[in-house]
Design a protein around this ligand. Structure first.
Ligand code: NAP
Ligand code: GDD
Length: 321
């Protein structure tokens, strides 16, 4: 039986990855920070199968202890302050967790169990003000937010530990991926939750920022498989994971409203409060390396993703949850 340690287990990706690894027969340990109230909605259904370890990415001693307890074959470092908009409000905290937190996790592995395979959750946000389209593994980074800058650090420190200490360490440069478990502040979930509330008569308007931004949106369930595949190769490497399609926020809105038979123009209001100090205008990934070397490709289309999320929020709110 293989053993995995997942940081960020309560998040969207952590929950899908835990499910995926449990299905494969892994023993799964999840690093979890202390919270005053329960935040286990994504993992409620599997929490009896997971061994939780208390820890925080900014606290090296807790990470060392976690690696000592879990003795993992594979470490998936998914924890981060992951909301781009908040990274301008909390730039130092974002750096401490999303950047230096990666060094803490790498250091814990290096000191306690050097042969653990390590996955770092890198991001297409590193491409920022893109210098070429589509973006692939050789596209230079030009981050546009404190979050993006922190992820660039996390990416390079992972490469550096691989090259310095011969660690099996990989970075997955994942483009946006969404699901019914997405946090409510991200634009896709904000839209599908809003559409469901409007349809059910619980609210009338949806306030959003830049509707012209383009993203390469895929389904989170597909993307966690790619993380696992990266750690099963002979040689550690970095991979772009994306669908190869890009859509505007407006496209997402249109499909979501159409699904419930409403015209978005009657409900969407643009609010300058949600415009960012610097924007990433366009992301479009080229994941041919992952296709060739990992045999990975996405299975859920853009339309299916939007509909899956709206349908989930309609059901959830319809059941009063
Ligand atoms: P998410 O839902 O926001 O989950 C983040 C997780 O990190 C949560 O479990 C959170 O715990 C945990 N966390 C935050 N700060 C922590 C700290 N100081 N110590 C320990 N745990 C901490 O994010 P996600 O969408 O699943 O994304 C997973 C990873 O992939 C993140 O690193 C993200 O930056 C990266 N990524 C995501 C995407 C995407 O489109 N989803 C794309 C590229 C890269 P709490 O529940 O306690 O807050
Ligand atoms: N959140 C949010 N809220 N975004 C809005 C809104 C709004 O009301 N209105 C427009 N947008 C636009 C943002 O300006 C951005 O261009 C786009 O919608 C997507 O925003 P988010 O869903 O917050 O995601 P993100 O692209 O900034 O970041 C996500 O993807 C990254 C990968 O590229 C996060 O998951 C990051 O953690 C991840 O690394």
């Amino acid at each position: 039986m293989k053993t995995a340690l997942i940081t960020g287990i309560t998040g969207q990706d952590g929950s899908y990855l835990a499910e995926f690894l449990l299905d494969k027969g892994y023993k799964v340990y999840g690093l979890r920070r202390r919270t005053a109230t329960e935040n286990d909605s994504n993992i409620k259904h599997i929490k009896h199968e997971i061994e939780f370890i208390s820890g925080d990415l900014s606290d090296l001693s807790s990470l060392i202890e976690a690696v000592k307890i879990a003795q993992p074959d594979e470490v998936y470092n998914l924890a981060a302050q992951s909301f781009v908009a908040d990274s301008w409000m909390q730039p130092i905290f974002t750096g401490q967790v999303t950047a230096l937190g990666v060094t803490n996790m790498l250091e814990a592995v290096r000191q306690v169990k050097l042969d653990s395979r390590f996955y770092q959750a890198s991001s297409s946000e590193m491409f920022g003000k893109v210098v070429e389209t589509p973006q692939n593994e050789t596209t230079p980074f030009y981050p546009r937010s404190p979050y993006g800058v922190a992820k660039v650090y996390g990416h390079w420190i992972t490469v550096n530990y691989r090259e310095s200490f011969d660690m099996y360490a990989c970075s997955g440069i994942l483009f946006n991926h969404e699901s019914p478990r997405r946090g409510f502040e991200f634009v896709t979930r904000k839209i599908t939750d809003g559409v469901a509330k409007i349809k059910l008569g619980l609210q009338n308007e949806l306030r959003l920022g830049n509707l012209e931004a383009k993203r390469d949106w895929g389904f989170a369930g597909d993307y966690v498989k790619a993380m696992w595949l990266m750690l099963q190769q002979e040689v550690p490497d970095d991979y772009v994971i994306a669908t190869g399609e890009t859509h505007t926020v407006k496209d997402f809105i249109e499909i979501a409203f159409q699904y419930v038979g409403l015209d978005w123009r009657n409900h969407v209001v643009q609010d300058p409060k949600f415009i960012r100090p610097a924007e990433v205008d366009l992301l479009l990934g080229d994941s041919s390396k992952a296709k060739d070397k990992l045999g990975w490709q996405p299975t859920v289309s853009f339309e299916q993703l939007v509909q899956m999320m709206v349908e989930h929020d309609l059901q959830r709110l319809g059941n009063g949850l």
